[in-house]
Structure formats: C-alpha cells, structure tokens
Design a protein around this ligand. Structure first.
Ligand code: NAG
Ligand code: NAG
Length: 325
C-alpha cells in the first residue's frame, strides 16, 4: 500500500518515484483539462476583449446568435436617431455576443439611406444590409407595420437556418443584465437558458427609460437616458407588455401573422426572462411627453438607473465610432 505523505518517511525509493510520477501525471492531466476548457470558452464566446463584432461565434455552419433590426433614419425624427446612434447599437450588440446583424433599412429615399454609413460593417462581414424598398414595393398604405412584418418575414424566409438564435429589437432597445455586465453577456444568458429546458423563445421584459435627455449631448444614447420607471411593463407574454423576443428562427411556425413582440413558435416553450437576469432597456425618452418638457407627474414616476454606465464607458473607450453626424 502506498500512502501519500507517509512514503518519504519510509525511505522507499521506488515508491517515491511512483508517487512523483503519479503526481506529475495528475498535474499534467489537470493542465490539459484546463487547456481544453479555456479553448471551449474561447470558441463559445469569442475573444472577450475583441473590439469588434464577434463574427467568429460560429456554431456548425452558422452563428449562435444574430440580431435582426428594422430601422429608418429620417431628418424629421425629433428623437434624433442618426448614423451615430446606429453605430452605437451595432457595437453594443457585438459586445453583447451577437455574431451577425441583419439590417433592414426602411429609408424612404436615397437621402435617408444608411448604406454608406453601414458599409464598414458589411465589409468586415459583421452585417447584412437590405434596403427594404428595393425588396418590397412602396404602397399607398406603407407604414411601419408593413415594413416590420415584411422585413421579419424576409429574414425568416432567407436566414432562418443561418443561426441557432436570433434577437429582434429596435435601435432604441438594448438588452441589459443587472447581474452580468461583461462582454458576451447576452450569448452567455441564451446558452444558460437553452441548456436547462426545451425553450425555443425567450421574451425580455421591457423597462422604459423616459424623460428628456441629460448630460453631454454627444454621449451615447444609453448614457443620455438614465431615468426609468420603477417597474417593467410586466410579465404577460407579448405586445401588451412591450416585450421583445430572442427566438430560434428555424422553429418559427409561420411568417403569415407577425407580431414584433413575440413570434409564433412551431415547437418548444416560450418563457419570459426574470428581469433580474435579463431585461430590455427601451429608451423612449421625451416621446412620452410628446417632446415637451418633463412634467412633475413624469418625474414622480421615475427612478435613477445608471447601471449600464460601466458598459457605456467601456464601449466608448474601446470603440472608435466618431460622433453625431
Ligand atoms: C434633438 O436635437 C435638437 C437639436 O440639436 C435638440 O434641441 C433636442 O433636444 C434633441 N432631442 C433629443 C430628444 O435628444
Ligand atoms: C425557413 O427556411 C426554410 C428553408 O430555407 C424554408 O423552407 C422555410 O419556409 C423557412 N421558414 C419560414 C418561417 O420562413
């Protein structure tokens, strides 16, 4: 019998050698296991300090998590969404663990087109750009519902096999986790949720950030609005609570009646995420007072919430996306 610790006392040389060899083998095994695990982490989440979209987040032939967005930048927009805000959203999503973005630009004319502004992302392979009105006819009755429904249907028809998961949000909507503010937090969350049950859709509760912007006007959107309602819009699945989905595009039942707040899934369960784990910050700002000043009633409804600031500061430090254009 060889017992660790006692062997050297016996002065048995051959036992000693055996034990040393065993210890070295154990250490070697531990080191190999560590190497394998650290590689797996790398493959799963990409390089955590990568300053660009993590386009290496492939799973099989496709991506693990993509985002689809429908957006129009127009001069009369009092909320002031410009190419600068589009870049912020793209960089934020990349940092959250989104591997690729499908962008449907609903520009109503060449002057509104974001094609040139988004070209660097297209060229780096991070973004697929579609001019909506090059794909679909502009009708008398064209409105944002027509644009949204057909964009999502186009995404489903053409890209439902290209990723395991997809996130659908607007340019003023940002996923946020109060408990994980590190890069790739969103991919990590989806992986965690998808591991434990037969989930095919995860709805994020909507947290409204309201009131007029504050601070430096050159700040990022997520810095300008840091007052929110006390509660989310609730847990009732879908449009009533303004939720937005993370879903498995290949399992969407049909694209005939599209609800931007919740897809109709063919298989698997739809769950609502706990807001402490993951929510959606919706930057609605002064639209709530029709762009008038904050009212006392509004101010009374709001609490300060700057918990996204470390993420904003990190992104501003590591991304060079210029300023308001
Ligand atoms: C939009 O820009 C105008 C002009 O710079 C400014 O007066 C206004 O406060 C901005 N509105 C918002 C919601 O940022
Ligand atoms: C998903 O993709 C497949 C294969 O391309 C296609 O047949 C199917 O109609 C698509 N699903 C939806 C909902 O568009």
């Amino acid at each position: 019998m060889v017992r660790l610790g006692s062997s050297s006392m016996t002065g048995n040389g051959s036992n000693n050698t055996t034990i040393n060899r065993k210890i070295w083998m154990l250490l070697l095994a531990a080191w190999l296991i560590f190497l394998v695990i650290s590689q797996l982490e790398f493959v799963r989440f990409g390089n955590k300090s990568s300053p660009r979209l993590m386009i290496n987040l492939h799973e099989g032939d496709g991506f693990f998590l993509v985002a689809v967005i429908v957006n129009r930048v127009f001069a009369a927009d009092l909320f002031n969404i410009t190419a600068f805000e589009c870049r912020q959203w793209i960089e934020f999503m990349g940092s959250a663990g989104v591997g690729h973005i499908y962008w449907y630009d609903t520009a109503h004319g060449q002057s509104e087109s974001q094609e040139e502004n988004l070209r660097p992302y297209v060229e780096s392979g991070a973004l697929t750009y579609h001019r909506f009105y090059s794909l679909f006819p502009m009708l008398e009755s064209s409105d944002c519902h027509y644009e949204q429904e057909n964009s999502y249907a186009h995404f489903l028809a053409n890209y439902n096999q290209s990723s395991v998961w997809a996130l659908e949000m607007d340019v003023d909507e940002y996923p946020f986790s109060p408990m994980d503010t590190f890069p790739a937090f969103l991919a990590r969350f989806v992986q965690r949720r998808a591991e434990t049950s037969e989930v095919s859709q995860i709805l994020l509760q909507c947290m409204f950030f309201l009131g007029n912007p504050a601070g430096d006007p050159g700040n990022w959107m997520i810095e300008r609005y840091q007052r929110r309602k006390r509660e989310t819009e609730g847990r009732i699945a879908g449009s009533r609570s303004r939720q937005k989905p993370i879903f498995r595009p290949s399992l969407v039942e049909s694209a005939t009646s599209i609800d931007a707040h919740m897809f109709s899934m063919g298989t698997g369960a739809t769950i609502v995420a706990e807001e402490e784990e993951m929510r959606m910050n919706h930057y609605w700002g002064p639209r709530v007072t029709n762009f008038g000043p904050d009212t006392p009633e509004l101010v009374e409804m709001l609490v300060e919430d700057s918990s996204i600031q470390p993420t904003a500061s990190y992104l501003k430090r590591t991304r060079n996306i210029g300023t308001q254009s």
